[in-house]
Design a protein around this ligand. Structure first.
Ligand code: ADQ
Length: 489
C-alpha cells in the first residue's frame, strides 16, 4: 500500500503497556519535561521499520487537573505516546495491589500473600475490581485511537483483561498479548481466586505469546484443566474459535551494546575500572532489587565460596548493582535491609583495611557505565529464583567479546533455555552448588571460556529484540488472516 506520492503506508502498531517508555516531570501548570527511557521494548520497536508504533500507557504520575492532563497529552504526542490517566486510588489498588502484591509473586512461584502481605490483601475483591476497571480505562483509550487495520499489542500481567475489553468493542480488532514474566504451572495458577476470569480474558486475544515453550505449555494446561477447554498444538480452542499460543523469546539490541564499547568515554571508563580492580577477578550482579532476583541467596553463596577458599579472599570482588524498585512496598523495604545486613556482615568478616569483598550499590547505572562494567567483568552472576527471561545475562554476553567471561545462570530464568549451553547453570536455592560454580568459573581454562562464550554470543547477536517484535507482529497478522479464511470455509 502506498500514499499517492509513492511513500509506503505503514501499518500502525498500537503498543499498550502499563507504563509509557517516558518519565514525565511537571515543570509548571501546563508544562512538562519528558525523557524517553531506552529500555529493551523501546529499542525493539524502534527497529521494526515496517510498522509505525504508537505507545499507550500510564505516564507514572498522578495528574488530577485538566490543564495538566491536556499539556501532558500534547507533549507526549510528539513522542508518539498516548497517556492513560489513572488516579492515586486506582494506582494503589490496581498497580500496587493486584498487579504487584498478587500477580507478580504468584507468577514467580512465591505464592499468594501470607502473614504480613495478607493484611494488605484482605481487600482482594476490591483490588480485582480496580484491576478490571483500570484495564477498561486502557481499553477506552485504545478504542478512541484505533483505526481500521491497526495491530494492537498488549503487554504483560498488568493488562490480562485488556484483550477481552478490546474485543467487546470491536471483534475485528487484531489483538495480541505477550507476557514478560513466567506463566506458572497450572497448579499454581489454580490457587488464584480470579483464575478463570483472567484466563478467559486473555483468550479473547488472537495471539498469546510467552518467552519460553514451558510457559506456553503451562498456560495451555491451565486453560484445559481449569476451564475444561481443548488444547491443540496451535493453542486453545473454545467452541470452534482458536486462540493461538506460542513462544517468542525476547532478545536485546545487541548492536547498541557492542557499539557503546567503542565510544571513547566508555573505553576510558573501562581503563579506570581495570586499574581500580587490578589483581582481582571481578564478579558482577545487576538486578532490580526484587525478591525474584535471588540477591540474598547470591551473596550468601559468595560468602560460602570465600569461607571455603581462603586463597581467593583477596583476589576476587563482587560488585552488586541493585536498582531499587517499588520502594513504597514494605516487603521491598525489608529486602533492602536484609541485603544491607548480609553485605555488612560479610564485608566485616572478610574485608581488610584496604579492600572489601562486596561493593553493593543501591542505584541505577547509566547505559555507558553499565556497558563498561559488563566489559571488565570476569564472571556474571544471574541467580534469579524465577525470571521471565532476564536480559542482564544477554547484555553481559554482548559486552564480552574481548574478555570471554563466564556466565553463571539460574536454571529458573527463561534465558537458561537459550544461553544454557554456554553458561554454568545453577539452582539458585542451593548455595553450595552456586559456591562451587563460582570456583569452577574462576578456574575455567581460556579455551573452554572461549567455546562457551562463542555459543552465547552467537545466540545474543542473532536473536535480537527487533526480530522478536517483527516475529510477534507478523505472526499476529498471519493468525488473523488464517482465522478469517477458516470462517469463510
Ligand atoms: P526485569 O525484571 O526488569 O524485566 P531484566 O530482563 O533483567 O528484568 O531487565 C532489566 C533491565 O534493567 C536490563 O536492561 C538492565 O540493564 C536494567 N537494569 C537492571 N538493574 C540496573 C541497574 N542497577 N542500573 C541500570 N540498569 C539496570 C521483565 C522480566 C524479565 C524479562 C524482561 C523483558 O522480569 O524476566 O526478561 O521483562 O521481557
Amino acid at each position: 500500500r502506498e500514499w499517492p506520492d509513492g511513500r509506503p503506508i505503514r501499518q500502525r502498531l498500537l503498543v499498550v503497556a502499563n507504563r509509557l517508555p517516558v518519565s514525565a516531570v511537571r515543570r509548571g501548570e501546563d508544562s512538562w519535561s519528558l525523557e524517553i527511557s531506552a529500555g529493551g521494548l523501546v529499542s525493539a520497536l524502534l527497529g521494526v521499520k515496517e510498522f509505525e508504533a504508537r505507545w499507550i500507557g500510564w505516564a507514572g504520575v498522578n495528574v488530577p487537573d485538566e490543564v495538566g492532563q491536556k499539556a501532558l497529552t500534547k507533549a507526549l504526542a510528539e513522542k508518539r505516546c498516548i497517556p492513560v490517566f489513572l488516579d492515586e486510588e486506582i494506582v494503589h489498588q490496581y498497580y500496587n495491589g493486584y498487579c504487584n502484591n498478587i500477580l507478580w509473586p504468584l507468577f514467580h512461584y512465591l505464592g499468594l500473600p501470607q502473614e504480613d502481605r495478607l493484611a494488605t490483601t484482605r481487600s482482594f475483591q476490591s483490588q480485582f475490581a480496580a484491576y478490571k476497571k483500570a484495564n477498561q480505562m486502557f481499553a477506552d483509550v485504545v478504542n478512541k485511537h484505533y483505526e481500521e487495520g491497526d495491530v494492537v499489542w498488549c503487554h504483560d500481567y498488568h493488562l490480562m483483561f485488556l484483550p477481552k475489553c478490546l474485543k467487546e468493542y470491536n471483534s475485528e480488532m487484531k489483538v495480541g498479548w505477550f507476557l514478560h514474566t513466567p506463566f506458572p504451572s497450572s497448579e499454581i495458577h489454580r490457587t488464584l481466586p480470579s483464575r478463570s476470569e483472567l484466563l478467559r480474558a486473555v483468550l479473547a486475544a488472537d495471539l498469546v505469546g510467552f518467552h519460553t515453550y514451558d510457559y506456553a505449555r503451562h498456560f495451555v494446561s491451565a486453560c484445559t484443566r481449569i476451564l475444561g477447554l481443548e488444547g491443540t498444538p496451535e493453542g486453545v480452542e473454545d467452541q470452534g474459535r482458536l486462540t493461538r499460543v506460542a513462544a517468542f523469546p525476547i532478545g536485546i539490541d545487541s548492536e547498541r551494546f557492542i557499539r557503546a564499547l567503542e565510544v571513547p568515554e566508555v573505553q576510558e571508563h573501562i581503563k579506570e575500572l581495570k586499574e581500580r580492580f587490578s589483581g582481582r577477578k571481578v564478579m558482577l550482579g545487576v538486578d532490580r532489587l526484587d525478591m525474584i532476583k535471588g540477591i540474598p541467596q547470591k551473596i550468601l553463596a559468595f560468602e560460602k565460596f570465600l569461607e571455603e577458599n581462603p586463597d581467593w579472599r583477596d583476589k576476587v570482588v563482587l560488585l552488586q548493582i541493585a536498582v531499587p524498585t517499588r520502594t513504597d512496598v514494605p516487603e521491598y523495604q525489608k529486602l533492602t535491609s536484609q541485603v544491607h545486613e548480609i553485605v555488612g556482615r560479610i564485608n566485616g568478616r572478610f574485608g581488610t583495611l584496604t579492600a572489601v569483598p562486596i561493593h553493593h550499590l543501591d542505584r541505577s547505572l547509566d547505559f555507558q557505565a553499565l556497558c563498561a562494567l559488563y566489559a571488565v567483568t570476569d564472571i556474571a552472576l544471574v541467580t534469579s529464583l524465577r525470571d521471565g527471561m532476564n536480559l542482564v545475562s544477554y547484555e553481559f554476553v554482548a559486552c564480552q567479546d574481548s574478555k570471554k567471561g563466564v556466565l553463571i545462570l539460574s536454571e529458573f530464568a527463561g534465558a537458561a533455555q537459550s544461553l544454557g549451553a554456554g553458561a554454568i547453570l545453577v539452582n539458585p536455592w542451593n548455595i553450595t552448588e552456586v559456591a562451587a560454580a563460582i570456583g569452577q568459573a574462576l578456574n575455567m581454562l581460556a579455551e573452554e571460556r572461549k567455546k562457551r562464550h562463542r555459543h552465547n554470543f552467537e545466540h545474543v547477536t542473532t536473536h535480537t529484540a527487533q526480530q522478536w517484535a517483527e516475529f510477534f507482529v507478523s505472526e499476529l497478522n498471519d493468525t488473523v488472516i488464517e482465522a478469517q479464511q477458516r470462517i469463510r470455509k
